[in-house]
Design a protein around this ligand. Structure first.
Ligand code: LHQ
Length: 262
């Protein structure tokens, strides 16, 4: 029996999804795409209030499985079709989730593997992990949102350097540049990422969904439109039980007990 390409577990309102093709540094094939999409999209309905994404073995994800991709006799491949069918829906699925997605980059994140990490809401990386926009090494451009995320996260100079040179950067550099939230010691990564995911899962889930929505809309809006959006979302947030509980807890000098309910 072949191993599941993505391991799924649920605890404390957190769904943990572990990419599980360690012999290939968790490079994507169609089965892993299908399993990851299913795991992400079914998590909220299964009661998850946060997701933790990580990789099995020594790598996080080496992007597309290139052994699937040797040019055959049928002429050049249509990589656009691959993006349409697999990578673009995956990036949209991560971004559109109404719950926070924490990514624990446990080892090398290359090609689409790097950009899928960047699509997550909070990215922690083991100090030994590296980020490689490997695409130009094989004549491609950064996909899976890379050309969108990189300049926004690190500015055009660093984005172009990463994309054109395809060199590895260390997790500490990634943190220093603002590419990720935090680099942590290797042996602390999973514990720290799980603690963070559990903390988010016990938080004001409805408010978090609106924070994500507002942040994602910001790069397409001018300030006036964004202020209007903030007004609308804040109006909704102010009607949630978690807002009432947050204020009550503050006044009573105690920790809030958020339910995440609408
Ligand atoms: C792999 C892979 C891999 C297969 C390591 N495939 N086996 C979208 C649309 C459609 C098509 C094209 O792509 C895309 C998006 C993309 O993601 S394009 C970018 C694809 N990824 C890459 O170009 C990265 C390729 N991998 C590497 O450069 C290295 O493996 C890195 C730098 C990630 C890690 O290097 P090392 O730590 O030295 O490990 P390794 O190279 O020895 O890899 C370990 C094993 O994993 C090895 O297998 P083996 O049987 O020799 O032990 C590799 O062949 C295998 N592997 N990445 N993407």
């Amino acid at each position: 029996m072949t191993a599941a390409p993505v391991l799924v577990s649920h605890a404390d309102d957190v769904t943990t999804l572990t990419l599980n093709r360690p012999d290939k540094l968790n490079a994507f094939n169609e089965e892993m795409h299908g399993a990851l999409r299913k795991g992400l999209e079914s998590a909220p309905a299964n009661g998850a209030r946060a997701i933790l994404l990580t990789g099995a073995g020594s790598g996080f994800c080496a992007g597309q499985d290139l052994s699937d991709r040797l040019a055959g006799n049928a002429g050049p491949p249509d990589l656009g079709a691959t993006l349409d069918s697999y990578y673009n829906p995956l990036v949209r699925a991560i971004r559109d989730l109404p719950i926070p997605v924490v990514c624990a980059v446990n080892g090398v994140a290359a090609g689409a593997g790097a950009n899928i990490a960047l699509a997550c809401d909070i990215v922690l990386a083991a100090r030994s992990a590296k980020f490689i926009e490997a695409f130009a090494r094989i004549g491609l451009i950064p996909d899976s949102g890379g050309t969108w995320f990189l300049p926004r996260l690190v500015g055009e100079a660093r984005a172009k350097g990463l994309a054109l040179l395809g060199e590895a950067i260390e997790a500490d550099t990634a943190e220093h540049w603002g590419l990720i939230w935090k680099a942590v010691d290797d042996d602390a990564l999973l514990e720290e990422a799980s603690t963070l995911a559990r903390r988010l899962a016990a938080g004001p889930t409805q408010g978090y969904a609106r924070i994500k929505q507002a942040m994602h809309a910001a790069s397409a809006n001018d300030l006036t439109a964004q202020l209007d959006l903030e007004r609308d979302l804040q109006r909704e947030a102010g009607r949630t039980p978690d807002y009432a509980e947050g204020v009550r807890a503050f006044m009573e000098k105690r920790k809030p007990g958020f339910t995440g309910k609408a």
